[in-house]
Design a protein around this ligand. Structure first.
Ligand code: GLY
Ligand code: MN
Ligand code: MN
Length: 441
């Protein structure tokens, strides 16, 4: 709870510096909530709660992305309620309520509880704040809904796990005609276009991830285990204040370079291995996602060079075409055309892009042409398995090169441009001493 107050205070302070606020009393999550309320169906009700899946990858608690987006709060045990028609009366003298935040009151509160919640509502821009024990009373006030927007229960679920889920299900069963709509129908198009503040946080996550890659380049050598490289990377993340991983760290050497979401990290790295390092931290809730592929010894073999340069050409060609109006399908076709030109099309195993933001695979319509403010990855890859009919020297070469790119008014800006990716640059930086050299001397 101490964290809650710190977080709220930080948030209120942060608001005054947001450049697109109309006045210092406006806050961004409140504006987002208003935009969502506008889009809701005439009798729509939205309920978002902290989810158990908020605990991500063994790091600290991580809030649900939409809940964070609409509240600016990263605490546990929050419930956000938005009502399009307005809830008539909470019984506490507050009428026609469209936005509610339920949260446990702090332990050892020195002021009256109602006073605390009234001040909280005022500072965070909610119509009403209360303890979660008010939920039943609030729901009783709602006599009709047409669409239910929620992140916990789906239309086909009969029983939820928590008391709150059970209560919500009981409540919803009163309205047999209600339809369930995923929350991203309301937030997807907003979250797809990042504000300058969001871009700055993604850039910070990218910068930390770049430093982690550079340390991994310098530390890489045959004989190390994949998990040792992972340890160096995650040390750099934590050292720089990144509170989470954006996704489980992927360090895949040799045959593991072919496994797209390889997480085990138990292989001892061999001399001829090529190593895919697909990593990203999360900084103040925003993700980075950058891949580099490097040779264990610091020198690419001829076959590794050939494949690497094809993937690099695809990566650079796609980046060069990025501007408003381009589609993700066009990006994928461009990757296929380049890789196909060299005869390796059948070794493509995945699409070459996704949105990046609060989630590593961020929300947003993937068919809509890109617009200024979209942040996307560019990640072509070639993966040659041992069953391939190519000569054995090509087997177990998996190469992926992934950058994070902002679409601007006139073109694009590569947020991860500072991280080397040509063969000459990588071989050069790999000659430097790394953390493993220091700690194993
Ligand atoms: N690291 C996951 C991805 O590149 O999509
Ligand atoms: Mn990645
Ligand atoms: Mn990616």
């Amino acid at each position: 709870m101490k964290y809650f107050l710190r977080c709220s205070l930080f948030f209120c302070l942060a608001l005054s510096s947001l450049c697109f606020s109309k006045s210092s009393t406006e806050n961004i999550p409140k504006l987002r909530r208003s935009a969502v309320l506008e889009k809701m169906s005439p009798k729509g009700l939205l309920v978002l709660q902290t989810t158990a899946s908020g605990y991500r990858f063994g790091f600290n608690f991580r809030p649900d992305s939409d809940l964070y987006y609409l509240t600016g709060l990263a605490d546990e045990d929050l419930t956000l309620i938005l009502s399009k028609t307005g809830i008539p009366n909470t019984g506490a003298g507050v009428n026609n309520i469209h936005s509610i935040l339920l949260t446990p009151p702090p332990v050892g509160l020195s002021i009256d509880r109602d006073e605390y919640f009234a001040r909280l509502a005022d500072s965070l821009g909610f119509d009403y704040c209360a303890s979660v024990i008010e939920l039943r009373k609030i729901l009783k006030q709602i006599s009709d809904i047409d669409v239910f927007y929620n992140n916990l229960i789906r239309q086909d679920q009969q029983l939820g796990n928590s008391i709150i889920e059970k209560r919500l299900i009981q409540f919803i069963q009163q309205f047999p005609q209600v339809s369930f709509t995923p929350i991203i129908q309301l937030t997807g198009s907003m979250r797809r276009i990042k504000t300058s503040e969001e871009i700055a946080l993604i850039q910070k996550a990218v910068d930390i991830t770049i430093q982690a890659h550079q340390e991994a380049f310098k530390s890489m050598r045959p004989g190390l285990y994949e998990y040792q490289i992972e340890a160096i990377i995650e040390f750099i993340f934590k050292f720089n204040g990144a509170e989470q991983l954006a996704f489980p760290t992927i360090i895949g050497a040799g045959p593991n370079s072919l496994i797209l979401h390889y997480e085990q990290g138990m292989r001892q790295i061999q001399r001829n291995d090529i190593v895919v390092m697909d990593i990203g931290c999360e900084y103040q809730h925003y993700c980075a996602d950058i891949t580099r592929t490097i040779p264990a010894t610091g020198k690419f073999t001829l076959e590794q060079k050939e494949i690497y340069n094809i993937v690099l050409e695809a990566n650079q060609t796609i980046i060069a075409m990025l501007k408003p109006g381009v589609t993700m399908a066009q990006m994928d076709s461009a990757a296929r055309a380049i890789i196909g030109k060299y005869g390796y099309e059948k070794y493509i195993r995945h699409g070459c892009t996704h949105y990046l933001g609060l989630d590593v695979h961020d929300v947003g319509n993937t068919r809509e042409p890109l617009q200024p403010g979209c942040v996307v990855t560019v990640e072509p890859g070639i993966y040659i398995s041992p069953k391939s009919d190519l000569p054995e020297a090509y087997w177990n070469i998996g190469v992926r090169i992934e950058d994070d790119v902002l679409i601007t008014e006139t073109g694009s800006q590569v947020l991860s441009a500072a991280l080397p990716k040509t063969i000459a640059e990588i071989e050069q930086i790999m000659q430097s001493e790394g953390i493993t050299d220091l700690i194993t001397k």
